[in-house]
Design a binder for this molecule. Structure first.
Ligand code: CP
Length: 303
């Protein structure tokens, strides 16, 4: 795949990428694991976080620095001119004067796409409301591939499938890679029907349930029930704590089961799992760096 395929591109949705392009990014991430290289010396990355983040923001920052580049931006928009009423469009048009690429996280679905429409510089979506989180999906795939050697496996996604942008991204990629997908959520937090229709049109093997059965699952992808996305706090109270993965839950699980979680977690994965070979969520955290190095290098046209 030539350098020009990714150079200057926006990465807004996992669906913007073909299967072969995802495979190419994962191969480049393997190369990036070998260590830092000053491929982006003299370039600047803008990190615009309108919503809280620990892993995504810091791993993009580390990735850029490992590639020899500079980082500017903010993690609290209240300390920027947004607080004076500046629009997202004007903020993007300002930052693109200072940065060669822009990573944006925003509470509003569609904000990254809007940013891409007005920006001359490449935009990378670091999460837009409940919609998409494509680089999280890339690091999820990278982690599964490293652990199990393949992606055409049975994956169970459990938790908040209605508002969870990580699962809204991941299911499309899993379908591309012929995974068998089991969707488990409390009543009222099911995967949106339009996503299910897309997956069916892709020929994906899907099952849905409100009960968690992990007996033949190879990767269990747990998500937090996201209090902050509920319009009605009483609705959150009804479903919080529905699924809690403990050592007891794992009785009868495959020996090679891996447990993933995009993090942050609240109480849905017990800390007693952390020291077991099942736990791969801190591997995901670490894998965010080489995967985002690969994305930055490709979008910058240097890989
Ligand atoms: N997984 C993830 O997006 O984590 P942060 O919200 O901490 O960036």
């Amino acid at each position: 795949m030539g350098k020009t395929v990714f150079a200057g591109r926006d990465i807004i949705s996992i669906r913007d990428l073909e299967k072969e392009e995802i495979e190419h990014i994962l191969r480049k991430a393997e190369e990036m694991e070998k260590g830092p290289a000053p491929l982006l010396r003299g370039r600047t990355l803008g990190l615009l976080f309108f919503e809280p983040s620990t892993r995504t923001r810091l791993s993009f920052e580390v990735a850029m620095k490992k590639l020899g580049g500079e980082v500017i931006g903010f993690s609290d928009a209240r300390l920027t001119s947004v607080a004076k009423g500046e629009s997202l469009i004007d903020t993007i048009k300002t930052v693109e004067s200072y940065a060669d690429m822009i990573v944006i996280r925003h509470i509003r679905e569609g904000a990254a796409r809007l940013a891409a429409e007005v920006s001359e510089k490449p935009i990378i979506n670091a999460g837009d409301g409940p919609n998409q989180h494509p680089t999280q999906t890339l690091l999820d795939l990278f982690t599964i591939k490293k652990a199990l050697g393949r992606l055409d496996i049975k994956v169970t996604l459990v938790g908040d499938l209605k508002y969870g942008r990580t699962v809204h991204s991941l299911v499309y990629a899993l379908a591309m890679f012929d995974a068998t997908i089991s969707l488990v959520s409390p009543k009222g937090l099911e995967m949106p029907s339009e996503v299910l229709e897309d997956l069916k049109a892709m020929g994906a093997a899907i099952e849905t349930s409100n009960e968690l059965d992990i007996s033949d699952t190879q990767a269990l992808y747990v998500t937090r029930i996201q209090k902050e996305r509920f319009p009605d706090p009483e609705e959150y109270e009804k479903v919080k704590g529905t699924y809690k993965i403990t050592l007891g839950t794992l009785e009868g699980a495959r020996k090679d089961l891996i447990i993933l979680h995009p993090l942050p977690r609240v109480d849905e994965v017990s800390p007693e799992i952390d020291g077991t070979p099942y736990a791969r969520y801190f591997d995901q955290v670490a894998n965010g760096v080489p995967v985002r190095m690969a994305v930055l290098g490709l979008v910058a046209g240097v890989l």
